[in-house]
Design a protein around this ligand. Structure first.
Ligand SMILES: [Zn+2]
Length: 327
């Protein structure tokens, strides 16, 4: 089974690209988009392996036996390039893109394609994106640029318009549940899928990390701050250890749920179905204006998260402004 066969929702976009490769009309630039947790990176990786394979199986999959496949598996293929932020959460810089353009301007070592993956492409700063634009406008022969992004709207339109769009679809619920059942043993698959916006790999990650317990603990901390039982600074210290700002992302969802409950009067349609009761109870006690203010702060914080900002101070600011019961 290939990576693609193992993730059945990846098969349709894969087949379209494999057909283009067989007909020798493969685009020189692709933009692979889709929400996080669908396997975009694995898809891009497998695509690079396939394009660099010397003897693809039925023209549709990498053989995993040829010199190209062996070099790729060893991480040594001379015609394969990846560009990512040097530090997690920082930007792809113009120097990195310039270096890539120079490499791609040389002829290929193996005589076939040269493939470059930029992931996440939307982390390119504006100078980097402008530099890439030149490469996109004057592509060299047999070069394939693969841009990967969960937020393609953040890329300049000039870059987007020069790439063929490949959207990784969110699978149907049945397919996602069937797939998850093979991976993890839990009776809460529906809840995990809902928390993951139906993205199976994200749901799997949440299930494996016992996210329901962790979410309940985090939510109780917020209730604790509200009731004056917990110190916001201590809570911020533990939340700021999250690598991907999980605490703040959950807080954003909870604020949207709290507002939804306040504005519609009930908890139908909320995202945090695992915490419906607690959200309902808290919503009734909180002030809408304060919640909107908090939502603004959290959104701003999440937007700035990649810019080297001090996470602990940022999280403290938000949690210190979290309301406390006055009576
Ligand atoms: Zn091969």
């Amino acid at each position: 089974m290939t990576v693609i066969e193992n993730h059945p929702w990846l098969i349709p976009p894969w087949e379209r690209l494999a057909a283009a490769a067989r007909q020798r009309r493969f685009p020189h630039a692709l933009l692979i988009s889709g929400q996080s947790g669908l396997g975009k990176a694995a898809f891009a990786d497998e695509l690079a392996r396939f394009l660099l394979c010397e003897t693809p199986v039925k023209g549709a999959a990498a053989c995993r036996r040829c010199t190209g496949c062996n070099l790729f598996a060893a991480g040594n293929h001379p015609d394969f390039y990846t560009v990512s932020p040097e530090k997690d959460g920082s930007a792809i810089k113009v120097d990195q893109v310039r270096r890539l353009s120079e490499d791609l301007a040389m002829s290929s070592h193996g005589g076939g394609f040269k493939v470059a993956i930029l992931d996440p492409a939307d982390s390119m700063n504006i100078n980097a994106a402008n530099s890439l634009l030149k490469t996109l406008e004057e592509p060299t022969d047999n070069t394939v640029l693969v841009l990967v992004s969960a937020n393609p709207g953040r890329l300049p339109a000039t870059v987007r318009s020069r790439c063929q769009q490949v959207r990784i679809p969110v699978p149907e619920q049945n397919m996602a549940v069937a797939w998850l059942k093979q991976q993890v043993d839990t009776d809460q698959l529906d809840v995990y899928l809902s928390l993951a916006n139906q993205a199976p790999l994200r749901a799997l990650q949440l299930a494996q990390g016992n996210a329901l317990e962790e979410r309940a603990r985090r939510f109780q901390a917020l209730v604790g701050i509200y009731q004056g039982r917990q110190d916001p600074i201590a809570v911020a210290a533990s939340w700021s250890k999250d690598e991907d700002l999980t605490g703040l992302r959950w807080l954003r969802e909870w604020l949207m749920d709290l507002l939804r409950i306040r504005l519609t009067g009930d908890s139908r349609g909320i995202h945090g179905i695992d915490l419906a009761e607690g959200l309902q109870a808290l919503a009734l006690q909180m002030d809408c204006r304060v919640m909107f203010g908090q939502l603004d702060s959290v959104n701003r914080a999440l937007q700035m998260a990649g810019s080297g900002i001090n996470r602990q101070l940022m999280t403290e600011d938000i949690l210190l402004a979290w309301p406390a019961r006055t009576s």
